[in-house]
Write a protein that binds this ligand. Sequence first.
Ligand code: NAD
Ligand code: ZN
Length: 352
Amino acid sequence: MNPLDLPLPYPVVVEDDISGSLSFFLSRQIYSQLFVLCDENTQRYCYPLLQEALPPHTLLCVPAGEEHKNLDTCREIWAQLTTHAADRSALLLNLGGGVLCDMGGFCAATYKRGIRFVHCPTTLLSQLDASIGGKVGIDFMDLKNHIGVFQNPIAVFIGSIFLNTLPQKEIIAGFAEHIKHLLIADADEWHKQLQANSLKATPDVIARSLGIKSAIVAADPHEKGLRKALNFGHTIGHAIESYCLQSHSPLLHGEAVALGIKAEAYISLQRQYITPQEYQQLATFIDTHYPKVLFSSKDIKAITQLCTQDKKNEGGKILCTLLGKIGHALVNEEVSGEEIEEAIQQVAINQI
Ligand code: NAD
Ligand code: ZN
């Protein structure tokens, strides 16, 4: 077992096949019972890759998908733990994507005032992003991640082998978070990425992203300020994601974030924080790898309106994270509705 050197209070292991390291780690833990939480897809595709390496355990399975990241599913998980007489020294292993890790972590953090949990993220998005940072929670009354707590896992085990069964669309979407990490914190790696011009999620790529995210999280564990750097691409990205969902043509989170990155980079260009050449390289990269969207002027106005309702705004102003330069984020930049509208025009094609 060879954890990454990260400024986090728990080990994070990234390998192709994590079964040996995970089994070693579990053999050193003292717990009353081990529970493995899967959704129906990870039970089918990921659990068989670990099953033999795991010590005796009870398998729990919940339905897959964001629509199940809610209190009903939590009730099911808490009920299954109770039926199996889980006590406070039980250990929960979350084997799944961001939905499962967020919800499993939340159920563990609240069951009998908190039992320990390990994350074993199986989508690229969860490996690059959701697995570290200590945020766990569920959706409530149509509000994403509305109920939750900050609680760290005792360890994170990331196996790139799991990505072999993940649909390519999910890989491309997850990669948007890596692009974001490079743009806000690592100009050299961003330039290498531009040259490579491919979206390969190797253990090195995952480790690089986790290095960037963990440094930011460590400096601001409870999201007081600095951590807003991680919102780059997300003010406009979230608005596009919500709008497309409402109009019944949903995009994956990462697909919307890729468009948000392009749009927010455009505002950075307008403010001369980045050069036209830097913007063009970034825009071409996103255009090459991510789906194009078609927005009418009415759509663009509606998306802009959603940006003004972003929960991260303060005092009625639209606050956005921009690029101060490539490899550096500027948080709390006040932007106008007009700037947002113009930026969204840059990511839309064939407006009507
Ligand atoms: P997800 O967990 O729904 O996974 C996507 C789909 O892939 C699901 O159908 C899942 O069953 C399936 N799947 C998972 N692993 C697979 C594998 N290896 N092979 C085949 N299929 C597999 O979605 P996600 O994109 O991983 O995560 C999105 C969630 O993450 C959102 O709810 C978001 O709020 C949350 N999130 C949390 C944080 C955080 O800091 N806690 C950060 C970013 C996102
Ligand atoms: Zn994101």
